[in-house]
Design a protein around this ligand. Sequence first.
Ligand SMILES: Nc1ncnc2c1ncn2[C@@H]1O[C@H](COP(=O)(O)OP(=O)(O)OP(=O)(O)O)[C@@H](O)[C@H]1O
Ligand SMILES: [Mg+2]
Length: 402
Amino acid sequence: MPNLSQGANGPQREGKLFRVGVYITVHAATEQRLDDEVAHVQSLLASLLLDARPATFRQLQGWISALPLGVDLLDQRRSMDTAALSASFPFASPDLAVEASPTAVLYGLNAASSGVVVWDRWALDSYNSVVLARSGAGKSYFCKLDLLRNLYAGVSAAVVDPEDEYSRLAEAVGGTVIRLGAPGVHLNPLDLALDETAKRDALTRRALFLHTLLAVMLGRPLEPRRRAALDRALVAAYAKAGISTDRRTWNRAVGPNQHLPSDWSTYGADGNSDGTANPHNVYDSALASARELCMSGGESADFNDRDQLSRALFRYNNADWYVDQVLTEIDRFDAVPGIPAADGPTGQGGRTAVEWVLQQLGKPYVYGANGPDAFDCSSLVQGAWAAAGVDIPRVTKKRGSC
Ligand SMILES: Nc1ncnc2c1ncn2[C@@H]1O[C@H](COP(=O)(O)OP(=O)(O)OP(=O)(O)O)[C@@H](O)[C@H]1O
Ligand SMILES: [Mg+2]
């Protein structure tokens, strides 16, 4: 096909004339099979409105012409212009167009053409797909492959898995398996859906959903009186978790240890035995943080075991530097010598210290003073413990306490 490449690279919309011969070699193991194949090729070409003729008595010339030698011994050519030539080109690709976007997924090779099949479902108007095949054909395999490769592309996935087929996959990629019905595992219907697509009226939608949910659970629609009561109860329940119609409260962390409402509902606890679990109470907040750290791995971690402690810290913040830093701080804290308790079994140290302080009452506060006639905070504390026989540095920072 002389001039073809020149024609393709030439000025657009400018037709050229070509002298074209298209030769197809058909292979077969037996003469009978060859006849069948030739008939098949002829009918295929006829369907493309191409009239194919066997090279009767000229098979050798035909065979040589079809070799990639640039030799045409058959000399069966037609004159065609660019448009006719491109229309008659019989090899339309059965491949999908290869998508080059970052979320495109490689599905495999096309069995017919060996072309790669790359598809980006996120580039389409609808992301949905349905996989249909006979039993055992590889549907699950395909879905897992799709899932894995989408994960590589940064897509996060949730799988509803009634037959427990995906837990190994979840484990391999560091996913979380939530086993509904197991003790301690629950879905909280009050949880607000707070991803980046959260609607402005997420709270209202959630309240409507809860009305529907309760109606379904009760088996009948709620009458107006109950609906009103339910609305009041919902507002009160959300208010208790610090959530109001103000969007900023929806995922607001509360309390000294900044608990998210959803975490508080799981790990919140009464740390000072006052009968309520309050995220703003420092004891409750500290206990909740410890519970979260301990339980968030699905089973309780033993913090006396250094490995379990490290793993729990890593779960909380996936960074080795963070784990190292916290462990170092824990070691530093543990290395601080114990301070005798005021009335503990170690003796009278605390009491002696307090009594010494009381004897200093009336002496002036002078910044930097070291006693005995005037004190500042540091020297008073240092002097008190010295009276009890405990030697501590003057300033808090050096004491290593927090
Ligand atoms: N492309 C593949 N390469 C290697 N193994 C495969 C491939 N596709 C499927 N298999 C294997 O074939 C078997 C059946 O596949 P799979 O379980 O995915 O089929 P299925 O269509 O989901 O079947 P069912 O209808 O029973 O759910 C599995 O052992 C799977 O690992
Ligand atoms: Mg399957």
